[in-house]
Design a protein around this ligand. Structure first.
Ligand SMILES: [Cu+2]
Length: 153
């Protein structure tokens, strides 16, 4: 019985991995251009957000519209996590270990995915004020509490 449970858990983990990491290396020319622009502009604000199993270190983060904001993301958990926002108007880019990586995955315009122990840098310039929900798209994580709000003034 325990062996079967472990096999099932591995299957669930493998499925989540496939759902989350799709196309992580393919950066379009437009994305590369946005990333080069955002990362060559001094950030107006810098934030840090740690990911754990299963929460973010802050449930609310703030930013100003029109300003370049940098969010240092660190996955301190034992499994993969991501920082996703369904709709975020404006420019955004994500770098892991100095490499640009694609952001939009599925229905999420921001999808910053990190393996356990990995660090990444997300930069954005939001064009419209609002309250934007951020969450982890890995199955069950949002429901377990892995969500928060990005408040843009
Ligand atoms: Cu997660």
């Amino acid at each position: 019985m325990p062996r079967m449970t472990a096999a099932l858990a591995m299957l669930v983990a493998a499925t989540a991995l496939v759902a989350c990491s799709g196309g992580a290396e393919q950066v379009s020319p437009a994305e590369a251009e946005t990333a080069a622009k955002l990362f060559s502009t001094p950030a107006n604000d810098a934030l840090a957000l740690e990911m754990a199993d299963f929460k973010f270190s802050n449930r609310a983060i703030g930013a100003k519209s029109g300003e370049v904001v940098e969010v240092a993301l660190m996955n301190r958990g034992s499994i993969e996590h991501d920082f996703s926002i369904a709709k975020l108007p404006g420019e955004k880019a994500f770098r892991v270990e100095g490499k640009d990586t694609t952001l939009a995955v599925g229905r999420n315009e921001v999808h910053a995915h990190l393996k356990p122990g990995a660090n990444g840098v997300l930069r954005f310039r939001v064009s419209a004020p609002g309250a934007y929900e951020f969450f982890c798209t890995v199955s069950g994580h949002k429901e377990a509490g892995m969500a928060g709000t990005l408040n843009v003034q």
